[in-house]
Write a protein that binds this ligand. Sequence first.
Ligand code: HAM
Length: 419
Amino acid sequence: MSFQAPKGTFDWLPPRSERVLAVREALAAPLRTAGYGYIETPVFEDTQLFARGVGESTDIVTKEMYTFADKGGRSLTLRPEGTASVVRAVLQHNLHTGQLPVKLWYSGSQFRYERAQRGRYRHFWQVGAEALGSEDPALDAELIVLAARGFASLGLKNVTLLLNSLGDQNCRPAYRAALQEFLRGLDLDEETRARIEINPLRVLDDRRSEVQDQLADAPLVVDHLCAACKAYHEEVRGLLTACGVAFTDDPRLVRGLDYYTRTTFEFVHGGLGSQSAVGGGGRYDGLSEMLDGPPLPSVGWALGVDRTFLAMQAEGLADDEARQRVQVYGVPLGDDARRRMFLLVGELREAGLSADMAFGGKGLKGAMKGADRSGAAFALILGERDLAAEAVQVKDLATAEQSEVPLAQVVEFLKGKVQ
Ligand code: HAM
């Protein structure tokens, strides 16, 4: 084995890869019912887009970006998240000058140079949704409800919603100052002290116990919200309650990206250990202006597909039981039979059945093994004598019953049996 997938990455292989495709579909399905349109943006963007959009003081920008110069000397970065790209695309194509909100969803690879561990990868997959250009608590609630529905549709029971408000440009500065004053009085290492001055909210997110132990009396943003932010937050909470979406108020929830204002939330799963967030998001009313656009109050989320899959495994919802790969499997014996089987398999597929056949000139025994492994319900055995009789042996692999069917009728025969 000479090459391995790079550290922090892995391959999705069948049959799991099929299941993870289904997970992506399930997480996106509720969005389609709510008028979100699909957007695909490039996997790499101008480095400055993320530096400004995600925030110069975040771990993502300072430590985790895959940045490279292309042959034209441009600094490009593999996207670490989707929101900045979506805002860029909306502004570039003037979508915000039409009907608002602009509702978009996406699904794709994200890249972060993180310390790799279970549930934390350097290449991972998100399904995301963004609603741009409206300041309306019902939109925040809509997105949260749609995410909750996605998780529920996968059968997940152990997902909890944590909810907070981070205030806005009116009330956040006073809170920030109060938090800084509190933090400056603590016993913290040099790097953390520096963070107090740049992004004090991130210190609340420090997982180390020596830091957490000192934060019990830290001022909380909920106690510093202005009247407008408070009313907005109460409205979001009320709407969630009205549609039966349970949540836990988490006044210490700060997200790892700088663009958030007001509503912030995270979906966490109890069975994942330290990397428990299966999704997260919030309102980002100032991001468009940070990217030289007009004011465009917006809200969105991204759900981690890989972690959602781990959560499903933790709940026993992703057992790798053998799955049916195809419905019918062809077993040709001899060259002439192989040519005829090749055509027959094509006819079956055209008729809407899934079919595969033994390749590589296998004998009866080897080919029947392939039939068993394929999970097919029926094997079609075609020998020289069958060919001469213009017939094929149809073997029901569950009962081992075998019957002879004319070649001209076998497609119709099987259609009646397996569909
Ligand atoms: P985020 O919290 O950085 O938010 O990522 C969202 C989700 O992606 C996480 O909850 C987690 O499930 C998954 N995720 C993040 N990093 C990794 C990783 N290294 N390995 C595996 N899964 C990971 C955002 O990305 C924002 N753009 C969300 C948003 C959209 N906010 C507003 N609109």
